[in-house]
Design a protein around this ligand. Structure first.
Ligand code: NCD
Length: 360
């Protein structure tokens, strides 16, 4: 659809000052009482919360195995409505959030692009989000701009009708709920070998613009004796802000371009794709970086317990012949996304006790 007007720019008093504060000083603005209210950054999660959410996700998963259990879950939040505002492409995050809502009985509405909303008339995104809050009880957003979810949650919290905002991906910056599902997957994959504590994890690919590896790196501070190995071509190395965070929290990490050399040492390999959508790098268009791909002939090199993850979508990074390998966890991982997001929404709306009571 034709765009009638340029987007209206609005200045919110106090926003710049808030935005420029360190994240540690901002997290309280996104809490309500004893709980997280808006989910904006991975730094909001502590170990107690992560363990609790994994336990809650396991309970939802178990209940959902039966018709009676599914019906109980659907009767938890039928009085709530959610808006999925996804103006950047998404398959898994959108569908897993939408289905997580439906599991709990929440009705959903959606916008999947700005072309059919009043944003073509020049409405500011902040006004658009405020409009959603007039109709629904929860907003889940995915946006190409870094900091979008943060700003809209902050703006809503200044109004007399705020609703929780969940960040389903904010540009190349953060993807906190992906980090939750990655943790949930890793904890499950390592369930028989002591969980995630003490493990060595390789993250491979476009670490510079991949938001999933950024958010997951932040969460590592919650686990004991973690080691990270960043495997990336020189132009897509992990950015300094994350490395400074790891140094500050004394999480050892190494960087290499030699993927094969680290394969035997790690307990998990987290693959990612080249994020061409953010690219002005000409090389990122032309190159698929085959030396950062996982191929069947690599499998004998990795430890038998080593879990293979990928946030998906994949392109050529993981050969489809690896899908049959029992430690290929990425299809399980995308399903974990639905359960952990259902757990998160149940927690936000404080029906978690009812779920746990059901199984006790
Ligand atoms: C990721 C994303 O959107 O950041 N996908 C997802 O949410 N599962 C990873 C990607 O697009 O590469």
């Amino acid at each position: 659809m034709e765009k009638y007007a340029e987007q209206t720019q609005q200045e919110f008093e106090g926003w710049e000052e808030f935005f420029n504060k360190p994240v540690d000083e901002k997290v309280n603005a996104f809490r309500s009482g004893d709980r997280i209210y808006d989910v904006i950054y991975a730094q909001q999660f502590d170990r107690k919360f992560l363990d609790y959410l994994c336990r809650l996700a396991d309970s939802i998963r178990l209940l959902a195995k039966t018709k009676v259990g599914q019906s109980k879950l659907r009767h938890l939040l039928p009085h709530k409505r959610a808006m999925l505002y996804f103006v950047q492409p998404s398959t898994r995050t959108f569908l897993s959030f939408q289905n997580a809502c439906h599991i709990l009985g929440i009705t959903t509405s959606e916008t999947r692009g700005t072309s059919t909303s009043s944003e073509v008339k020049g409405e500011s995104p902040e006004d658009t989000i405020r409009t959603f809050a007039s109709y629904v009880d929860l907003i889940i957003s995915r946006h190409p701009e870094a900091g979008f979810a943060e700003k809209t949650a902050w703006v809503l919290n200044q109004t007399d009708h705020p609703v929780p905002v969940l960040n389903g991906g904010s540009g190349p910056d953060q993807h906190p709920t992906q980090a939750l599902l990655d943790i949930y997957t890793l904890e499950r994959e390592f369930r028989t070998i002591g969980g995630l504590d003490g493990k060595k994890i390789a993250m491979v690919g476009d670490l510079k613009r991949g938001r999933t590896v950024r958010s997951l790196s932040y969460l590592m501070k919650n686990y004991q004796d973690i080691e990270l190995v960043y495997v990336a071509p020189e132009i897509f190395k992990m950015k300094d802000d994350i490395k400074e965070f790891l140094d500050k929290h004394r999480i050892p990490f190494t960087e290499t371009e030699d993927f094969e050399s680290i394969m035997p040492d790690v307990d998990a390999i987290y693959m990612t794709r080249i994020q061409n959508e953010y690219g002005s790098d000409p090389t990122s268009e032309a190159e698929t970086f085959p030396q950062f791909h996982l191929r069947p002939h690599h499998l004998p090199k990795i430890q038998t317990h080593c879990a293979i993850l990928h946030p998906l979508p994949r392109r050529y990074e993981i050969d489809i012949r690896i899908d049959k390998y029992p430690r290929a966890a990425y299809w399980r991982q995308e399903r974990c996304g639905m359960w952990i997001r259902a757990a998160l929404i149940a927690y936000i709306f404080r029906v978690d006790d009812e779920i746990l009571d059901e199984l006790s």
